[in-house]
Write a protein that binds this ligand. Structure first.
Ligand code: UDX
Length: 472
């Protein structure tokens, strides 16, 4: 049977972005790929981007869609996480099973799927793969350091270290091997801050801890040098790990057409005029602010950050994504206020071409929510970070940025104009050389890993060979 991979991403910008990159890399290696998106994600792709036309160049690629069980006008924001999960459980999971067992991807179909690559949180997909006896390789789009804390969850619970409430967040954690000297309660995934274990997020993570080691393999978006201290422990549980990051750099290096400055898979329309504005700014002077595709802030937090930036005296480029400010406020008032006060020093946009922004010489620091894609993109471009994590893997990532890689400042659990002003001044002036040197060095290791003979280059080749042999 010719190899035919089904890639099934979690329906969020970050995971869709990097899973489409994996799809493109596999297509370039001659493997047929189908990406299964939710209807909602697919509608965004059609409406806002030229992604579809890029993928139409691949004769061995197609999109299929599946319902996420929610009405079209549902906001699908992180606050409504439980509704998103419920839609998935009641609608998406049974439809997916039917597609695989007897429907369009089954052995009875004209072009059966030979390998499934779902998001690491889709435990149900492994149950289906085992039922119909086809191999499954998980793609974990969160960071390896956070995944490691998921895989250690049974031990954390046994040791009584999880769950915990929001008191005493500085208590050190001992049940995550390799992190004993620096990980505290506050650095664990935000889901672990709860009163009991009977909540849906913990249920998913426990399932993930049980399922991921049973899969044929695990793909992660990192490179060996960056996460060596974690990978050595993870391989005891999951021996077959393909670390193929930084994924966007690996993809750019394999495209035969002229090297692209961005291989963006944005679901929102990008405001490219910010690049012209960046051209007018001094080298390494601009604070780039973005909290990714799902995180939100209150209007009070918004103004604390804004005052901190204005008081720092540095210019800033801020992605104020529609819907990213929650609670009661008058958007027109906020916009007027910002327009008057921000003047030429700030540029507000709803969505930008982030990879190109981070690559611009004017960017001096990234004030980020520490999503894993954003973290990797910043490392690749040698940009130090100020981390203001929200949820999922971000609390862990920000601790690694500040304490392990020493490429930024972690301000988690605070939102105060004075702290932000000080952090900006520290990164742009006081600690500039030290931070830039560390992050540039990591970026160079990343570039080496995707070059011919590098670890990510070799791991991708192995993944391709393994998939081809699974199709026989
Ligand atoms: C989610 C989780 O929140 C994150 O913690 C996890 O690691 C991956 O899944 P998200 O919140 O969207 O992702 O953050 P992130 O992983 O950083 O991905 C955001 C993506 O959107 C990046 O690839 C970034 O380049 C892109 N982006 C962001 C833009 O293209 N333009 C923007 O204006 C902002």
């Amino acid at each position: 049977m010719p190899p035919h991979v089904l890639i099934f991403p979690l329906s969020m910008q970050g995971p869709v972005n990097c899973m489409l990159k994996l799809a493109e890399l596999l297509c370039l290696s001659g493997i047929s790929v189908t990406v299964l998106n939710t209807d909602h994600i697919q509608r965004s792709l059609i409406r806002h981007t030229d992604v579809l036309s890029r993928f139409s160049c691949y004769h061995n690629f197609r999109f299929e869609t599946i319902s996420d069980g929610l009405p079209d006008d549902h906001p699908r924001s992180s606050e409504l996480f439980l509704e998103i999960l419920e839609g998935f459980r009641t609608v998406t999971e049974p439809v997916f099973r039917e597609m695989m067992v007897s429907g369009c991807f089954s052995s009875k179909s004209a072009f059966p799927v030979t390998v499934i690559i779902p998001d690491g949180s889709f435990s149900f997909a492994l149950d289906v793969a085992e039922e119909i006896e086809i191999p499954l390789i998980y793609f974990e789009t969160v960071s390896p350091c956070a995944l490691w804390t998921y895989l250690c969850l049974p031990n954390l619970i046994k040791a009584g270290e999880v769950p915990f409430n929001s008191n005493d967040l500085d208590v050190p954690i001992q049940s995550v091997p390799g992190t004993e000297t620096f990980l505290r309660r506050r650095d664990l995934p935000s889901f672990y801050r709860c009163d009991d274990l009977a909540n849906p997020a913990m249920h998913i993570l426990m399932n993930q801890a049980r399922h991921v080691p049973r899969a044929h393999g695990l793909i992660i978006n990192t490179f060996e040098t960056l996460d060596a201290s974690i990978l050595v422990h993870m391989r005891n549980l999951c021996p077959n790990i393909y670390s193929i990051g930084p994924l966007h750099t690996l993809l750019k290096s394999r495209l035969t057409i002229a090297p692209q400055s961005s291989v963006s898979n944005s679901l929102l329309e990008e405001n490219r005029t910010c690049l012209t504005w960046l051209d007018t700014q001094l080298e390494k002077s601009v604070v780039y602010v973005s909290i990714g595709s799902m995180a939100t802030m209150t209007v009070d937090q918004f103004f604390e950050i804004w005052h901190g930036l204005v008081n720092s005296g540095q210019p800033f480029l801020w992605v104020k994504r529609p819907g990213s400010i929650v609670g009661e406020y008058d958007d027109d008032e906020v916009s007027k206020h910002l327009m008057y006060e921000t003047k030429e020093r700030g540029f507000m946009a709803e969505w930008v071409p982030q990879e190109e922004v981070l690559a611009h010489s004017a960017i001096g620091v990234f004030l980020t929510h520490s999503g894993w894609n954003s973290t990797m993109e910043s490392i690749v471009e040698g940009v130090p970070m100020i981390c203001w994590p929200h949820n999922v893997d971000q609390q862990v990532n920000s601790r690694f940025v500040s304490e392990v890689w020493k490429i930024g400042i972690d301000i988690k659990d605070t939102c105060d104009r004075f702290i932000i002003e000080k952090a900006v001044k520290d990164v742009i002036h006081l600690r500039k050389n030290e931070l830039i040197q560390s992050v540039k060095m990591l970026g160079e290791y990343g570039a080496l890993s995707v070059a011919e003979g590098g670890s990510s280059y070799m791991n991708l080749n192995k993944l391709v060979e393994d998939i081809k042999s699974m199709g026989i």
